[in-house]
Design a protein. Sequence first.
Length: 85
Amino acid sequence: MEARTAITLRIPTALLDAARGLKREGESLNDLAVRALAEEIRQRRALRAHASIVDRRAAIRTRTGPQPDMAQEVRAWRDGEGRHG
């Protein structure tokens, strides 16, 4: 079992009441809080990664200019235009 640290949280009463109403049978408020915190951390990491990708794309676009849309060319290749053989 992984190590755990005890902390004290001050949670708004309405939020605590909602959590109590939504927790599953056999699930403790601690289990619910741990799961919710893990999900929040996952979402924030995903948002940070997305922001990093957007920033990198912008930097590349600034350095190289916009790239042509290859969709029409790929469709033409699939339809046999320009194929050799």
